[in-house]
Design a protein around this ligand. Structure first.
Ligand SMILES: Cc1cc2nc3c(=O)[nH]c(=O)nc-3n(C[C@H](O)[C@H](O)[C@H](O)COP(=O)(O)O)c2cc1C
Length: 208
């Protein structure tokens, strides 16, 4: 086994370190966040930090890097409260990845890719057209992580749109069926293959 101590990790070359630390914790979700500025410029950006924070109410958290440089998605959410979350289908990974490029706020990032904007139910925030899972979220709160200046932003699901074929009888959504990808590290896109669904677990009788 290769061993990295805390000190050795801190001394690693920057790119090696971020690749290492971003890939060791397992497969993360891959989502495109759609947002719009007050001046009406749509934005789309890839995020891998979306985390479930409870189902009642349905809360999702996402982590923003420190706002020491321009962060269009963060600014747009603060301006407008509403934003969208769109699962990444395996056919769009190159364009999805390109949305991580740092364009100035006045560039519509949809136009820099083949990704298409979609406005549902008179919503003014852009969804990513043809994404098999799309959500409209509303800003709830944010928490600054004082240790490194990142921001945990919480949003509540307002509307959930799912390709019907992916929803099983008990509400389980099959990402495999939808060809939704995940991310290994910062740039390794992976297919999702369901191995098996397992039943709810109870303690074994006489376990002591
Ligand atoms: C695979 C991948 C995942 C990313 N996940 C995040 C994330 O969770 N949080 C974040 O702040 N930036 C993340 N980024 C970086 C943003 O996509 C990048 O900063 C982007 O330029 C933000 O655009 P914006 O300024 O238009 O919001 C990620 C980049 C990649 C390639």
């Amino acid at each position: 086994m290769k061993v990295f101590s805390k000190k050795e990790i801190s001394e690693l070359e920057h790119l090696y370190k971020i690749n290492l630390i971003n890939s060791v914790t397992g497969i993360k979700s891959a989502n495109l966040i759609g947002s719009i500025s007050n001046s009406g410029i749509p934005n789309v950006s890839v995020f891998s930090s979306v985390v479930h924070f409870g189902s009642a109410p349905p809360l999702l958290g996402m982590v923003f890097r420190p706002t020491t440089v321009e962060r269009n998605t963060y600014d747009n959410i603060k301006e407008n409260e509403y934003y969208t979350l769109n699962a990444i289908h395996h056919s769009i990974i190159k364009d999805a990845h390109h949305t991580s490029a740092k364009y100035p706020f006045d560039v519509n990032e949809f136009e820099m890719t083949t990704l298409e904007e979609e406005y549902k139910d008179a919503s003014y925030v852009p969804f990513v057209k043809n994404s098999p899972i799309q959500m409209l979220l509303k800003y709830v709160n944010e928490y600054k992580i004082k240790e490194n200046g990142t921001i945990l932003l919480l949003g509540e699901i307002q509307q959930l749109y799912i390709n019907e074929e992916l929803i099983q009888n008990d509400g389980f959504v099959s990402l495999t069926q939808g060809n939704v990808v995940g991310i290994n590290g910062l740039d390794g896109y992976v297919k999702t293959e369901l191995i098996e669904r397992l039943p709810y677990q109870r303690p074994k009788i006489n376990h002591q």
